[in-house]
Design a protein around this ligand. Structure first.
Ligand SMILES: C[S@@+](CC[C@H](N)C(=O)[O-])C[C@H]1O[C@@H](n2cnc3c(N)ncnc32)[C@H](O)[C@@H]1O
Length: 207
C-alpha cells in the first residue's frame, strides 16, 4: 500500500464520491475555510479538480497540485504541477494559503509547513481543512468501522478499492491535529472541530 492515494485513477469520479462520503457537507466546511482567508493573493494548495473555484471568485488564486489529471478538470486560470513540500514560489508571495482535504496525503508535513510559511507574507494566514478521527476513543471506534464499510462499498462499486481504502487508512496516518500540528513555524494556531463526532477540523495559522 503506497503512502498516498493515486488520484489519477479516481479523478473523474472524485467530486461526486466526495459529496456522498461527506453527505454534501464538504461545501459547508469549504465555505468556513474560505471565510477565514485574508488578502487577495491566494495559493490553493492541493487544489485537485478545483473544488474551491465557485467560492473564490473574488480572489487571485494560484492552484497547485502534483496530479496533472486532477488539474485538467480545474477551472482556476493559474495552475501549476507541484507539491506542498517544494513550492516553486519566491518568499512572501501570498496573503493566504488554503489547503482542503490534502494534508493526509503529504509525506513530509514539517517540510510543507516550512514551505507554506516561507511563501506567505509575514502576517499571512494558512488555513487547513481536513478529516481525522474523533477525539473520543469510543466514537473513534464507531467512526473507524463506519469509514471502513463506506469506503469498501464505494471502492467495490467504482472498481477503485485500493484508492478508497487509502482514504479510510489515511485517517489514522497522523495523530490528532491538536497534537500533531503543535510544532509549526507560525506565531498563533487555532483548531475548530466540525462534522459528526468532530471528525473534520479547520486549523488557522497566523503570522
Ligand atoms: C482529496 S483531494 C482534495 C482536492 C481539493 N483540495 C478539494 O478540496 O477537493 C487531495 C489532493 O491532494 C493532492 N496531493 C497529493 N499529494 C500532494 C502533495 N504532496 N502536495 C500537494 N498536493 C498533494 C492530490 O493530487 C489531490 O488532488
Amino acid at each position: 500500500m503506497s503512502s498516498s492515494a493515486n488520484f489519477s485513477n479516481i479523478y473523474k469520479s472524485y467530486d461526486f464520491i466526495n459529496k456522498i462520503l461527506t453527505l454534501g457537507y464538504d461545501t459547508v466546511w469549504r465555505k468556513k475555510a474560505v471565510d477565514l482567508i485574508i488578502g487577495k493573493k491566494i495559493l490553493d494548495l492541493g487544489s485537485g479538480t478545483g473544488a474551491l473555484f465557485n467560492l473564490m471568485s473574488e480572489f487571485e488564486v494560484t492552484a497547485v497540485d502534483p496530479d496533472e489529471n486532477m488539474l485538467k478538470l480545474n477551472k482556476f486560470k493559474k495552475k501549476l504541477v507541484s507539491k506542498a513540500e517544494y513550492l516553486p514560489f519566491e518568499d512572501n508571495s501570498f496573503d493566504s494559503v488554503i489547503c482542503t482535504f490534502v494534508w493526509r496525503n503529504l509525506d513530509d508535513t514539517n517540510k510543507a509547513l516550512d514551505e507554506i510559511r516561507r511563501v506567505l507574507k509575514p502576517d499571512g494566514k494558512f488555513i487547513l481543512l481536513d478529516m481525522t478521527r474523533p477525539k473520543n476513543k469510543f466514537l473513534t471506534l464507531i467512526h473507524f468501522f463506519g469509514t471502513f464499510i463506506v469506503t469498501l462499498l464505494i471502492g467495490i462499486m467504482t472498481l477503485n478499492l485500493k484508492e478508497y481504502q487509502f482514504l479510510h487508512k489515511s485517517l489514522d496516518k497522523y495523530s490528532q491535529p491538536e497534537n500533531d500540528l503543535t510544532n509549526n513555524p507560525f506565531k498563533t494556531f487555532k483548531i475548530y472541530r466540525m462534522g459528526i463526532f468532530g471528525f473534520v477540523y479547520l486549523a488557522e495559522f497566523t503570522g
